[in-house]
Design a protein around this ligand. Structure first.
Ligand code: C2E
Ligand code: MG
Ligand code: MG
Ligand code: MG
Length: 292
């Protein structure tokens, strides 16, 4: 009897496994077409300076709208793009689009600061990454100092020495580097010191209850202190409430990003957001923690 039910369980498992595998293959095939069919787009989320409320940059975030599946979350398709290698052509497309958009905004007088673009582990490991980035800068005419490349902390450890060389080559182009999702990986302090990274982005997992839980607030304070000690800019992601902002401000955090200020927006929405808050010609200003 035990055997019977065991086999039954296995069959259920097998069916589910096949469903998941089939779904993934389907997604991969569709993603392969996505670039050609023009289904990919970038949205932009403002990065704000906490001190004066000014725009410090925009993070480009990939969006995929499939004709039947509708909008597919990056949490679903980025891993598929990475496993299949599709992230390489897609990532090159993202870099080009983001650089062109940044160039247009600067030409238009929008005080953008940096355009931040996410890189995946696979891109970092490829020898042609520097050429791909250089190419995007040349084609768009974007000065390198306006491009910031984000690398997730979780990726950086696996090939430490090789990655270090790659990051150094990117720095030589004049672009800046940010360590994304910081606090979730296991970067040793010694290694962190050697990374040519100018910014730490505190993972939004730590925002959850920093204003209620003293332990949470201790973690953000420690990361801010660490970043500043190493001469880095520190940004907090996922800021949703005024209380979180107030705490981060008190802790000396430099920059913020989150739904409290804006969700990621299509290019036109981002422009409307910036100019709507400033009046064209003026410097955009977010009354972050506005005097009430
Ligand atoms: P990430 O780079 O850490 O990007 C920040 C994510 O947090 C975005 O999710 C953004 O929408 C979300 N977010 C921002 N503020 C808030 C907030 O206040 N509350 C909450 N709950 N979420 C907030 P998104 O766009 O779904 O992207 C997820 C991840 O997918 C990104 O995390 C990044 O790792 C990856 N990704 C997105 N675009 C690209 C890309 O072009 N290339 C690569 N390699 N990865 C990308
Ligand atoms: Mg990012
Ligand atoms: Mg992030
Ligand atoms: Mg994150």
């Amino acid at each position: 009897q035990g055997k019977e039910s065991g086999r039954g369980d296995f069959r259920i498992f097998e069916t589910r496994f096949n469903d998941a595998a089939r779904q993934r293959m389907h997604l991969e095939n569709e993603l392969r077409q996505a670039l050609l069919r023009n289904e990919l787009a970038l949205h932009y989320q403002p990065l704000l300076s906490l001190g004066d409320g000014r725009l410090a940059g925009a993070e480009a975030l990939l969006r995929w709208t499939h004709p039947e599946l509708g909008s597919v979350s990056p949490a679903h398709f980025i891993p598929v793009a990475e496993d299949s290698g599709l992230i390489v052509p897609i990532g090159a497309w993202v870099l080009e689009q983001a650089c062109h958009q940044a160039r247009r905004w600067l030409d238009d007088g929008l005080p953008l600061g940096v355009m931040a673009v996410n890189l995946s582990a696979l891109q970092i490991q490829r020898d042609d990454l520097v050429a791909t980035v250089a190419n995007a800068l040349t084609l768009s005419g974007l000065p390198a100092q306006h491009l910031e490349l984000e690398i997730s902390e979780a990726y950086i450890l696996r090939h430490a020495e090789r990655d270090l060389r790659q990051l150094a080559r990117l720095r030589e182009l004049g672009v800046s580097l940010a360590l994304d999702d910081f606090g979730t990986g296991q970067t040793s302090l010694g290694h962190l010191r050697r990374l040519p990274v100018g910014k730490l982005k505190i993972d939004r997992a730590f925002m959850a209850d920093i204003d209620r839980d003293p332990a949470g607030a201790t973690v953000t304070r420690a990361i801010i202190g660490l970043g500043h000690g190493l001469g880095m800019t520190v940004l907090a992601e996922g800021v949703e409430t005024e209380a979180q902002e107030a705490l981060l401000r008190a802790q000396g955090c430099d920059q913020v990003q989150g739904f409290r200020y804006s969700r990621p927006l299509p290019a036109a929405g981002f422009e409307a957001f910036v100019w709507g808050r400033s009046g064209r010609g003026d410097t955009p200003y977010w009354p972050v923690a506005a005097p009430h």
